[in-house]
Design a protein around this ligand. Structure first.
Ligand code: 0O2
Length: 261
């Protein structure tokens, strides 16, 4: 039998392991996208275990007793990961990639981007469960994943400070200004996304131009090679007539090597 402190240490070990696993998955996905698309959607990742004080506060809000069972059952964000991206489209791409991982179960989604909170808060939240394999048992462990843009994160961190400063009762004009800022954040994110899409169109066009130029060049080299070949053949024929020993011409061989023949 464990005492409460030991029991809690074991629970924390699970949450910590779950955080590590999700972090590793995200790093692998980001590296894969970097390699295959020369593009990394994740700007940075923060992860944390909730403090005992915050856990106790949350259970008090839910009118639940502070027990390990209640923490596991009712507190969804003991293990929390925040993923910061550049563009709103990256948020949904990352959410899809996470959902399609075979060992991850998505338990709950809160899309505060499609449905912002009345105070203006925007972010994409997922509660997922990931199996943690211990020596004699495998336990599905909950992790809260928040995905948001740099601009959304900037807004949320200031709002968080203000919320704590005024203990949830910020003056009206501050709340109003924060709401206005959240509209600016949403405008900024849309604008940055559309600029990025334009840049991508230019890059696609450039790579098309590059490819067609590449094909043009290879045709040119091929025909140049053929001409040299023919000329070389003529020379060869003449040379054969002149001197049958002088058959090998290094120029011809070089061109053939150039074409990988
Ligand atoms: P802290 O101090 O950041 O940890 P549920 O999980 O559905 O049972 P909960 O926890 O209300 O209920 O879920 P929700 O709405 O998804 O919020 C989870 C976390 O999102 C919060 O954790 C905050 O970190 C963040 N969040 C939600 N709403 C706001 C908001 O209006 N402003 C800011 N700045 N952050 C927000 P905690 O435990 O409430 O807080």
């Amino acid at each position: 039998m464990y005492n409460k402190a030991e029991e809690w240490s074991h629970v924390l070990l699970l949450y910590d392991a779950a955080l590590k696993q999700i972090n590793t998955k995200l790093e692998i996905l980001n590296n894969e996208l970097k390699l295959t698309h020369q593009y990394n959607p994740i700007e940075h990742i923060k992860s944390r275990l909730k403090t005992p004080q915050s856990i106790a506060k949350k259970l008090r809000q839910y009118n639940k007793e502070l027990t390990v069972d209640n923490i596991i059952k009712f507190v969804n964000d003991v293990a929390g990961i925040r993923i910061i991206c550049s563009f709103t489209s990256d948020i949904y791409r990352i959410a899809d990639l996470i959902s399609s991982q075979k060992d991850i179960k998505v338990l709950k989604i809160k899309d505060y981007i499609a449905n912002p909170k009345p105070n203006g808060y925007t972010s994409y939240h997922m509660i997922v469960a990931i199996p943690v394999c211990l020596s004699n048992i495998t336990i599905d462990t909950k992790v809260e994943i928040q995905i948001r843009t740099i601009a959304m994160d900037f807004w949320a961190s200031l709002e968080h400070k203000i919320y704590y400063k005024f203990e949830g009762n910020a003056p009206d004009h501050i709340r109003r200004e924060l709401r206005e800022c959240s509209e600016l954040v949403s405008y900024l994110d849309k604008k940055m996304l559309s600029i990025n899409e334009d840049i991508q169109k230019y890059s696609e066009q450039q790579s098309k131009d590059f490819n067609s130029e590449g094909i043009y060049k290879s045709y040119a080299v091929e025909s140049f090679g053929t001409i040299v070949d023919e000329e070389q053949n003529k020379e060869d024929n003449e040379d054969i007539k002149k001197d049958s020993k002088d058959k090998k011409k290094p120029g011809k061989n070089r061109m053939l090597f150039g074409f990988g023949v």
